[in-house]
Design a binder for this molecule. Structure first.
Ligand SMILES: [Fe+2]
Ligand SMILES: [Fe+2]
Length: 406
């Protein structure tokens, strides 16, 4: 079935340009064009579109308000802003209801891949089986409070590493956990870090913010996991995958934003396991037993068999609920099955997929080739197979450094 896509822009030239540029998509997309927010809402009422791409500055209802209304009325719709390049940060901060940002002028390929990606992610998140499982679980944990405070601080135009450090320092338990982590071999820092602000200055606010989120999430789930569930093991694994994904992203010269997303995605890629192990403990204990001594794909299969969805999708769902950006959700959603991700360019998804498989093997001191869990077909299509030896080496020194460190 064709995807219905609605484009909204007050400038007729822009709409005509989009129509011309996307002509060859007409067999896959059913495209509609509106020249105002009001017209867009009227068209949505007649026949809701699955994807809405809107300009920001429009007379009357602006793009932010339009997306806000669409979020309320049609929560399933994918919401994309198409706006001036220099506005990205401002727009994404202001328009919390947008899933993606596209800079004008935008070429057909970028637009196509952005829409396809946003749609693919939302498609798995709205599958019936996952929805049934999530509604059975009932209330999912809300975003941890200290993390929310940091988010608010970072949103302010005067945000600083010192202010973020002060927020973390108020919580002594958190401070010592953060310091213990940043001084571990995973971060390979040349000197001992003594304060949270210092950590933020050296590692970047995004990394420290992600660590706070990881620590809070894992401690939230610590009491009520399924019998036989190795929470400590999962935390060490998550840290290793986060650090490894960041390393690979840096080696492949991604930009700073994507390197941070690879770290957060790696750190939280298995967060769905926590949700399942704590909310469905009996079933999860069975799942662990039946898939014990088998590899990760068997665990996913057992989860699907028993619960209708796997930890990857459940995790991505939770991250979406918390408002984490699409690339982080994608890294979680596709970490065992990257070929379902429509892009074939190295990015956070590839980094987390590879880091997860490589850390699993090196962590157990195994030298196996091909590496179990790596999707070689996907890596070939992404053109990175020749990078594997270097990645393997990087992951090995990371894991061994950490072990030597104790
Ligand atoms: Fe996993
Ligand atoms: Fe994993």
């Amino acid at each position: 079935m064709k995807k219905r896509i609605l484009f909204v822009d007050d400038e007729p030239n822009v709409l005509q340009g989009l129509g011309r540029m996307l002509r060859n998509m007409r067999h896959e997309w059913d495209m509609q064009f509106a020249d105002s927010g009001a017209q867009a809402l009227a068209l949505m009422e007649r026949k809701p579109a699955e994807v809405v791409v809107t300009d920001m500055r429009m007379p009357g209802m602006d793009g932010g308000e339009l997306l806000h209304r669409i979020k309320d009325l049609y929560p399933q719709a994918v919401r994309i802003v198409l706006s001036g390049h220099s506005e990205k940060e401002m727009v994404m901060k202001a328009v919390q209801s947008a899933h993606q940002y596209l800079a004008k002028p935008c070429d057909a390929d970028t637009l196509k891949i952005t829409v396809t990606r946003a749609y693919a992610l939302r498609e798995i998140l709205t599958r019936d089986a996952l929805r049934r499982l999530v509604s059975r679980i009932g209330s999912l944990p809300s975003l941890p409070s200290l993390y929310t405070e940091l988010l608010e601080e970072l949103r302010s135009p005067r945000s600083s590493t010192d202010a973020a450090g002060r927020i973390i320092s108020r919580d002594l338990g958190m401070t010592s956990k953060v310091l213990q982590l940043v001084n571990s071999a995973f971060f390979g820092l040349p000197r001992h870090i003594e304060t949270a602000a210092q950590a933020a200055r050296l590692l970047g606010l995004e990394t420290v913010k992600a660590l706070v989120l990881g620590i809070e999430v894992f401690s939230k789930f610590s009491n009520d996991c399924a019998p036989g569930f190795d929470l400590q093991g999962l935390w060490s694994h998550s840290l290793a995958v986060g650090a490894a994904a960041k390393l690979l992203a840096r080696q492949e010269k991604l930009d700073k934003e994507e390197i941070d997303q690879a770290f957060v995605g790696g750190l939280l890629h298995d967060v769905g396991k926590l949700v399942l192990a704590s909310h469905c403990p009996e079933e999860y204990a069975d799942i662990l037993e039946t898939s014990e001594s088998e590899d990760a794909s068997d665990l996913s299969k057992a989860e699907h068999r028993c619960l209708g969805a796997g930890h990857a999708e459940v995790g991505a769902y939770l991250l979406g609920l918390w408002g984490l950006p699409d690339p982080v959700m994608e890294a979680a959603a596709f970490h065992h099955a990257p070929s379902f991700h429509p892009s074939r360019t190295f990015g956070p998804v590839t980094a987390v997929h590879a880091a997860n498989a490589l850390v699993n093997v090196t962590g157990e001191g195994r030298e196996e080739w091909p590496v179990p869990g790596l999707d070689m077909g996907f890596l070939e299509e992404t053109n990175v197979v020749d990078r594997l030896p270097a990645w393997q080496k990087a992951c090995k020194s990371l894991v061994q450094g950490e072990k030597a460190d104790g």
